[in-house]
Design a protein around this ligand. Structure first.
Ligand code: IVH
Length: 670
């Protein structure tokens, strides 16, 4: 047998083995044999680089570590779902979808993982991207390749595969794998909060070798542009995905005729959710008919034809063993209840937040009480009530301490706020919190700066403020615990890359009160440079869209503080250069076009139409000018329409726009 033939044979054997293992839970060969075949293939590929292929099973072990994720633009935005919390809300949705009572819905479990978009070119996986903000995510292709149940090449034997294909679904971890993995991890390595958290952290590793060690799974549920492929229902989409060899949540998906059947399915799934091998926080109900889906269309960020019907959060009783205090980066003291471990929907919970002193008083929680703990999806578990009748006599009430448990400074309670805080800006807990926030993913995204490392850096006096991170070198890092030369090099590389953040991220990283990632982005876009933001007047800040007077005041106040001012200058001095980014990704059919929407459109609400235009790259303005490329007009359009006509600016209707965006001819063509 030639090398080429053996390589092909090995690939087929290995692929078949992992498919049976992961898709059908039926391994055809013992693990040791699998490993042997795998190593043989690795060896042959190393000797014959010309035979390497992106869909070889060897590609699943992880590629060379990256220092930063490449951004991935979503050609069709990745939307989110509206929630229904109870039967009435679901029925409201069903009624908005259709008046008939035999409408067919496709009902799928709502997997609690992270959504992902996969692109296959000629049937081979070429890109995997996270959702990100819905328009741009992160390219996590090497990591996705490590997911064993994900075919790197699709099976075209039953249904032909289009040249370009995009499918979407959820990356998740089974409850059993999650427990097993967490048990093997030490306290020092840090345990994961819940399967969702674990899945997301594992998928977003710069070193895909780490992802490869994580038991990630995947299920697909969306086929982008399904109708042109001749498909007419969501159910047939699932069948098609399955025929191509893609995993779907087959066993738990149903076609339900009429909303009564959906109600029944809800009761059934809710009652059996603990027996499912993965966490679900509800079910997704979709209109089955794709043509009807298209007719209903979208709101700004959610489709009108689907809803996430959530299950009630999980609750369980357990005992309160004690209380710990955590001090955050703003100095706020948060009481954390230490609990006797209790399993909530497959996840062991041993602590819960008590929020603040008012909440402790409201609950009247005391040491040794039996309490009811609730966990809903991704949120931190909380105590919802105390079982008062089970209280032992003389149980002691809990109070927040009078002094910061970290630095000993007397705490203060702000007048209009419930929070108790440590007023000492240089309290080690605050310093650590600020550094962690600065380095976090949505801020400067400096990979590798976890709490263990930051603890050491701050405790040893190496870092007191963010700018000092950029002065770290091999010598400084070499003295730290659990820090090999390789990790040190990687950290320094990550820091080097972090020197050119976008202005929005930089601003968010500073940790100004009331300035979240979104507001930071708006300020960055409107003001353009850090120098300008530093000196901006209240009015100038307030003029920025979505920035109110509270935010404006907070920004002013932050930069007016000499220490803060100096810390920003120190960052600039350390070579950090915040960049201003373009507002929109550059792709899009309507790139460079200025559009106006006026009047009442037949199906789209005004806001939705504007959002749709923006999603395709257009700028939407409010008044007609010589720059206007076209006016989208509906009924009762007034002066804007007449002005456009007078200025000979093209006027189009909704149908024309939709046809155009759907690939039809441009109404603007000369
Ligand atoms: S459909 C345009 N189906 O839930 C609608 N989403 O809350 C796209 N999810 O971002 C989503 N299971 O990550 C859909 N069977 C399912 C799902 C599902 C889980 C997630 C998905 C989405 C989120 C919305």
């Amino acid at each position: 047998m030639s090398v080429v033939e053996r390589v092909r044979e090995l690939r087929l054997l290995l692929q078949d083995a992992s498919e049976r293992y992961y898709l059908h839970d039926n391994p055809p060969v013992p693990d040791a044999d699998y490993d042997r075949l795998f190593r043989e293939l690795q060896h042959l590929e190393a000797q014959h680089p010309e035979l390497r292929a992106p869909d070889s099973p060897t590609q699943r072990v992880g590629a060379t570590p990256q220092t930063r994720f490449v951004t991935a633009h979503h050609r069709v935005p990745m939307l989110s779902l509206e929630n229904a919390r109870d039967e009435a809300e679901f029925l409201g949705f069903a009624k908005r979808c259709s008046d008939r009572n035999d409408t067919v819905f496709c009902v799928e479990p709502k997997l609690d993982g992270v959504s992902i978009s996969l692109t296959y070119a000629a049937g081979v996986l070429v890109r995997a991207a996270t959702r990100g903000d819905g328009e741009t995510g992160e390219d996590v292709t090497p990591n996705a390749r490590t997911i064993r149940s994900l075919p790197l090449r699709l099976d075209a034997s039953r249904i032909p595969i289009p040249q370009d294909l995009e499918v979407r679904g959820e990356v998740y971890v089974s409850t059993a794998d999650f427990q097993r993995f967490n048990e093997r991890r030490s306290e020092a390595e840090g345990r994961f909060m819940n399967p969702r958290n674990f899945a997301s952290g594992s998928l977003r590793q710069l070193d895909s070798a780490i992802s490869a060690e994580r038991p990630l799974r995947i299920a697909l549920y969306t086929l982008v542009d399904a109708m042109p492929l001749g498909l007419s229902t969501q159910w047939s989409v699932l069948e098609t995905l399955h025929a191509w060899g893609l995993p779907i949540a087959e066993e738990w998906s149903r076609r339900c005729e009429g909303s009564a059947a959906v109600l029944q399915r809800y009761a059934e799934l809710d009652a059996t959710r603990d027996q499912l091998p993965f966490e679900i926080d509800g079910m997704v109900v979709k209109l089955d008919d794709l043509a009807l889906q298209e007719e209903l269309g979208f709101r700004a960020r959610t489709p009108r034809w689907a809803v996430a019907w959530k299950f009630a959060p999980r609750e369980e009783a357990t005992r309160l063993l004690g209380m710990e205090i955590s001090v955050g980066r703003t100095g706020v003291l948060t009481p954390v209840a230490v609990l006797e471990p209790v399993v909530l929907g497959g996840v062991t919970v041993s602590s819960a937040t008590l929020h603040n002193e008012d909440e402790m008083v409201r609950l009247d929680v005391r040491l040794g009480d039996r309490v009811v703990v609730q966990r809903a999806g991704d949120v931190i578990p909380k105590i919802v009530k105390v079982l008062l009748h089970e209280r032992v006599h003389g149980a002691l009430p809990l109070h927040l301490p009078q002094h910061c448990p970290v630095c000993g400074t007397a705490v203060v309670r702000d007048e209009e706020e419930v929070a108790v805080r440590c007023p000492n800006n240089s309290c080690a807990a605050q310093v650590k919190g600020r550094i962690l926030h600065f380095a976090s993913v949505d801020a400067m995204d400096i990979n590798g700066f976890g709490d263990k490392l930051v603890d050491q850096l701050v405790d040893r006096g190496l870092v007191r403020q963010p700018a000092q991170l950029f002065a770290l070198d091999q010598t400084a890092l070499a003295g730290l615990e659990r820090m090999g030369q390789r990790s040190a090099t990687r950290l320094l590389q990550a820091l080097e890359h972090a020197r050119t953040p976008t202005l929005g991220r930089f601003l968010f990283a500073l940790g100004i009160r009331h300035v979240g990632a979104v507001i930071a982005e708006k300020l960055a876009l409107a003001l353009g440079s850090i120098e300008r933001i530093m000196v901006a007047e209240h009015a100038e800040l307030e003029a920025v869209p979505e920035v109110g007077s509270v935010v404006a005041a907070s920004v002013r106040q932050w930069f007016a503080d000499t220490e803060n001012h100096a810390s920003v200058l120190a960052l600039l001095h350390a070579g950090v250069r915040p960049q201003v980014v373009a507002a929109r990704p550059t792709a899009g059919l309507l790139q460079g076009i200025f559009a106006i929407v006026t009047g009442t459109l037949p199906t789209l609400e005004r806001r939705a139409a504007e959002e749709l235009l923006r999603q395709h790259g257009a700028s939407v303005a409010s008044s007609v000018s010589s720059r206007t490329s076209f006016v989208l007009a509906g009924e009762k359009a007034g002066s804007k329409l007449s002005k456009a006509v007078a200025m000979k600016i093209p006027v189009i209707d909704e149908a024309t726009l939709l046809a155009w965006l759907g690939g039809g001819p441009s109404p603007l063509a000369p």
